[in-house]
Design a protein around this ligand. Sequence first.
Ligand SMILES: NC(=O)c1ccc[n+]([C@@H]2O[C@H](COP(=O)([O-])OP(=O)(O)OC[C@H]3O[C@@H](n4cnc5c(N)ncnc54)[C@H](OP(=O)(O)O)[C@@H]3O)[C@@H](O)[C@H]2O)c1
Length: 302
Amino acid sequence: MFGLGAKWRTDGSDRVDRFGGRRLVEDLDGKVALVTGASRGVGAATAVALAEAGCHVVCAARSTRDHPQRTAGTLDETVARIEATGREGLAVPTNLAVDAEVEAMVDTAVGHFGRLDVLVNNAAITFIGDLDIPMDRFDLVMQVNMRAPLIALRRAVPAMRAAGGGAVVNVSSVMHRGGSIGWNNLARAHQYSPLAMYAQSKLALTMYTRSLAEASGASLTALSVHPGLFATRLLRIYGHSGLPGEEAAPILTTLSSPTCAVVDGGYYDGLEPARAAALVGNARARDRLDKLTTRLLGSVLD
Ligand SMILES: NC(=O)c1ccc[n+]([C@@H]2O[C@H](COP(=O)([O-])OP(=O)(O)OC[C@H]3O[C@@H](n4cnc5c(N)ncnc54)[C@H](OP(=O)(O)O)[C@@H]3O)[C@@H](O)[C@H]2O)c1
């Protein structure tokens, strides 16, 4: 499908019906997951659901009890909900806009639990309705939505391989389909549009996910997913009505499961493989993006 092969993450002897979600507890039992943007919304719900499925969960975001952001929701609250499931939760306060903090986030997770099996790159931002927007905010959108996931991956992939394999779930958006890449102007200077910036970041992440899957071999699966529309802070760029963020959690948890059959490198709409933007299937465009990110970040996969 879409030029990619379905990949089972195990030898196939323990296949599950991903729509029914059977045996998820066994599948994820004892695994370690890292979820970014876990202070609220989709990320908090997913972190708790992964714990309910048996994972120990590392929760990353900025907001903590001692240093809350303006929007409600903290890492401490998510960790308390995780611990109520009987699994261990670890809050790792992280500003994803700072490369060194992203690296430290993964190092802390691996150092604490000694392994990493699942990485959910969920955190994202946009700036909307701010007509006097400083240009560095555009950079910040790319930093949090695209650069941070790549830096996290660079750090996480060796640990996932050492753990015998892993699952990368990059939370994208259907909006990536309307995006374009400003090849010579990633910060989109003089092209003011928060939506274009958000769409570009999600398109780049979706393209990169495909490249990662192709490059990473059998030990790792990577997919991107539009989780649906949810009544969180980010909903305002999509519309006015969305489901409770909790309803994203079963989707992301199922796609993280080691025995869930996935289209490796695929783009999902909920639990369904879906058609991604044309650029995602365009090997030359992805090669160009890989070269650009390598120039900006260094190589993600050794
Ligand atoms: N909501 C929707 O309808 C919808 C639709 C399609 C796709 N999505 C995608 O779903 C994902 C989750 O979105 P959401 O709706 O749950 O958004 P949200 O409620 O706004 O949550 C965003 C999360 O990202 C974290 N974050 C923001 N800036 C950060 C930074 N600099 N460093 C560390 N963490 C940061 C926030 O935590 P702190 O503020 O505590 O740092 C928060 O936990 C995103 O990738 C989004 O694009 C959402």
